[in-house]
Write a protein that binds this ligand. Structure first.
Ligand code: ADP
Ligand code: MG
Length: 240
């Protein structure tokens, strides 16, 4: 390809041209050629942005809606999963709280939603409660934590996994509350927890704070109670 085209493509950050490998087959009118070129650049940018959102989300693994067995887990119906998958509730700034014992699919559902959302253009952040507390506590002294918090505050969906495994101190509970207050009515939040709401008050060590937190979180919220045995235990795999 002509050197000047390549140089101009670089100047204008026109990705599909700057490598000199854009080609269309057949005879095209000027208009059709331009259309193909712009479509190709739009596709390239879309794919790059999606890959970047998936990276920023920091999902620990991939889980899909289709792999979720609603025969095994009776706490959620296929129809409810389909409604969650449509993501309209994210546009309406709803929250989702998934409560249930270990292995009942809470993280699975949260990851399936997160993945779909990131692919559809939502900015998503997945973080365990322990790590979130760590990041909140170290934001002032660690650039990495600061960057994470900044991203979380820009997100459309924050997924907080495993609230309730470790107790939190009063200072930590306050920092967590401040973050949730700041995100209130701006960002959808998904929380997975092995504890019911009574357990949250105990965990946060402050009933007033827990009530204020739940007030914000549950104002526009869907709560799913997952039940039954651990999928991990029932589908345990052995080496022998
Ligand atoms: P939790 O977060 O509730 O502890 P997970 O979502 O991590 O549980 O589930 C544990 C494992 O079992 C994961 O690998 C998950 O994909 C799988 N799993 C759990 N429930 C189901 C289900 N109903 N259908 C298919 N896989 C499931
Ligand atoms: Mg989990």
């Amino acid at each position: 390809m002509n050197d000047e085209i390549i140089s101009l493509a670089k100047q204008f950050r026109f990705n599909v041209l700057k490598n000199g490998d854009f080609a269309v087959g057949g005879e095209l009118s000027n208009e059709d050629f331009l259309l193909e070129l712009l479509r190709s650049e739009a596709r390239f940018r879309d794919e790059k942005a999606t890959a970047e959102r998936l990276k920023q989300a920091q999902f620990p693994s991939f889980k899909g809606f289709d792999d979720f067995d609603t025969e095994f887990q009776k706490g959620v119906t296929r129809k409810q999963l389909q409604t969650l998958e449509k993501l309209d509730w994210l546009d309406a700034l709803f929250n989702l709280i998934l409560i249930g014992p270990p292995g009942t699919g809470k993280t699975h559902i949260a990851l399936a939603i997160g993945n779909k959302a990131a692919r559809e253009g939502f900015k998503v952040s997945f973080i365990s409660m322990d790590n979130l507390i760590h990041v909140l506590k170290t934001a002032e002294i660690s650039r990495k934590s600061q960057t994470r918090i900044n991203w979380i505050k820009k997100c459309d969906l924050l997924i907080i996994d495993e609230l309730g495994f470790l107790p939190v101190s009063r200072v930590e509970a306050n920092k967590f509350f401040s973050l949730i207050s700041e995100l209130y009515e701006k960002t959808s939040v998904i929380i997975t927890s092995n504890k019911g709401f009574d357990g949250w008050a105990e965990l946060l060590g402050d009933a007033v704070l827990a009530t204020a937190l739940l007030d914000r979180l549950t104002h526009r919220c869907q709560i799913l109670n997952l039940t039954g045995d651990s999928y991990r235990l029932v589908h345990r795999k052995n080496v022998f």
